[in-house]
Write a new protein. Structure first.
Length: 578
């Protein structure tokens, strides 16, 4: 008997935990992967039936539930014609997974929003089908940059939009504002907002960057406060800089959350204030000279500043007048790709505003090498693929996908059909992004759309979709997962796989001895409820790993039989097998 249990994956911040895996075989018992990595531990000799029985006794088997929007997403009436349905091959196999009572917490919202997005996309497709997807002159583009100038001071309590972001933000997108604070108000706020929903009239605030000015003669404590807001949950936990003696060692993309100069100055000021209260001979000018927070604070009434807020891999970063001031980690369901506009609250005289590094879609009418880059046709009746490579991508990462098509996806093994590459992408809340993505999918035939909105916390579901495709749709000997920012040496992987056992293979950078983070202040914190054990089973890092067909079949079967448990863990992408 060969016994498998467990497995998991997070991309960017998600993972799958696979449990209860076993096969019933009459042959002599083979060594499992868990025994291989844990040779000193005894493994109970249980048949597949007894394992299932024990699991069912310990935990009630999850059931199927009705999810708002799911019927619409899987209604054949709303599916495109057969020749246009290739981007939905994996989509059609995922209903049971999305209906589970133990699904990830954000699944219901991701499905509900996907149904609205799918309805809008179908409407746009219908309107443009007669034009054969030729761009309308009045159609909004996914532009690389947008700019605006406002010569009036803004005092709107609700905020005034100064920039419209057409297709969201991506890694390295930035918004630069040149402005002068107006001391008639205590400060000002710069907000990155999302799109307004039909059931949520007020758009989410993906980043609230609020500045309290020091006032005349530094009579107030200046501070930069960052936060988020959603219709359902209101304001999140505020992060302040300076943080007045409460240092936070956590970093975002390797950058500190609060500039040390401001924090140190605040501590110095407290010390100097105590000293000044004893030395009564100190005059007023000496007091002002000791107000280091004011002298180091980047925003002053009437003083011109240049502030740039840019999107990193893990969060937003603010640079003011050339100096890094703050960093703010992305929060769940408030990713940068959701940003649709920038608005200002309070008193701020805007000189100019510029957003650049924005996602730009491919102009298919101008693509000279489209046919050369189009995915080779794969027939279900053809010989089984050696390798299926599933690439995790997001809707507005147009340029990354084109870079892959023009680089490692031109390997002969890919062009000849020995290896197939498919991008797995959830729907976007921006209808223009979805339409550009749909046209890209039709043109290159290598995109698989997912029936949920692409939140980080739902990326786990793509792992199962890749396994479904590699076992049910395009059967492959091996299945690989990678990201759209990785370069895959297809030739080296194929050579290496020739020397591997095709059964029970987990191939990649495997960690054998790692433990869950129990410090609640750590961003990788894992509660005992999420993972009760003291250590993790062996896991492969997410940027690139390969599994054999039998493991992929187990994942798919576990999904169908609801013996596969999905858990959200906030750390690096991984696959666990134990």
């Amino acid at each position: 008997m060969k016994k498998w249990t467990g497995g998991g994956l997070i991309i960017g911040l998600a993972c799958i935990l696979l449990v209860s895996y076993s096969f019933i075989q009459k042959q002599p018992r083979k060594q499992s992967s868990y025994e291989f990595f844990h040779p000193n531990e005894e493994i109970a000799n249980l048949s597949g039936v007894s394992v299932v029985t024990k699991v069912e006794k310990l935990q009630k088997r999850p059931h199927l539930v009705k999810v708002n929007g799911l019927d619409y997403l899987f209604n054949s009436t709303y599916m495109p014609k057969e020749e246009e349905a290739k981007p939905l091959l994996a989509w059609g196999q995922m209903r049971l997974l999305l209906s589970r009572s133990d699904s990830l917490p954000e699944t219901a919202q991701g499905i509900k929003e996907a149904a609205l997005a799918w309805k809008e996309l179908r409407s746009i497709i219908s309107k443009n089908r007669a034009l054969k997807f030729v761009r309308n002159k009045n159609e909004r583009n996914c532009s690389y940059s947008v700019s605006g100038v406002n010569n009036s001071t803004l005092f709107s309590s609700n905020g005034s939009n100064i920039l419209e972001i057409p297709c969201g933000l991506i890694h390295d997108s930035s918004i630069t504002i040149i402005a002068i604070p107006d001391g008639k108000q205590d400060g000002f706020g710069i907000e990155f907002v999302g799109s307004e929903g039909k059931e949520e009239p007020n758009p989410p605030v993906i980043l609230h960057y609020n500045v309290v000015l020091p006032g005349d003669n530094f009579t107030k404590d200046p501070v930069i406060a960052q936060n988020t807001w959603t219709y359902d949950f209101g304001w999140g936990k505020e992060e302040r800089c300076p943080n007045h003696g409460s240092p936070n060692n956590a970093k975002v993309d390797g950058l500190v959350k609060c500039n040390e100069q401001l924090t140190r100055s605040a501590m110095d000021e407290n010390s100097n204030s105590k000293h000044l209260s004893v030395n009564k001979s100190t005059n007023a000018s000496d007091v002002n000279n000791h107000n280091h927070v004011g002298s180091n604070f980047p925003f002053m009434d009437g003083s011109l500043f240049t502030a740039t807020i840019w999107a990193g891999e893990e969060g937003f970063h603010a640079t003011v007048n050339g100096r890094h001031e703050t960093s703010f980690a992305y929060r769940e369901k408030l990713e940068p790709w959701l940003v649709s506009g920038v608005r200002v609250k309070g008193g701020l005289h805007i000189i100019s505003a510029l957003a650049k590094g924005l996602p730009v879609s491919e102009n298919l009418d101008m693509a000279m090498d489209l046919e050369d880059l189009k995915a080779p046709l794969i027939s279900n009746k053809s010989k089984r693929l050696v390798l299926l490579i599933g690439v995790f991508s997001s809707g507005n990462n147009f340029e990354r996908r084109m870079a892959l098509r023009r680089s490692w996806m031109k390997y002969e093994a890919v062009r000849s059909g020995v290896v197939a590459v498919r991008f797995f992408i959830g729907l976007h809340k921006n209808k223009q992004v979805n339409f550009e993505l749909w046209k890209e999918a039709q043109a290159y035939q290598d995109v698989q759309l997912m029936p949920f909105v692409d939140y980080y916390s739902l990326l786990t579901l793509k792992t199962i979709a890749i396994c479904i495709m590699g076992t049910k749709i395009f059967p492959a000997k091996y299945i690989m997962k990678t990201d759209d920012d990785a370069f895959v040496r297809v030739d080296e992987i194929l050579i290496s796989l020739k020397s591997k056992n095709p059964d029970g293979l987990l191939y990649g950078m495997v960690s054998l001895d790692s433990k869950p983070q129990r410090d609640k202040d750590n961003k990788w914190y894992i509660s005992p409820e999420e993972w009760p054990h003291e250590s993790y089973p062996p896991w492969a890092h997410g940027p690139g790993y390969v599994i054999s067909r039998d493991i992929a079949k187990f994942i798919v079967r576990g999904h169908q039989e609801r013996n596969l448990k999905v858990i959200f863990l906030q750390f690096s992408s991984l696959l666990m097998i134990y």
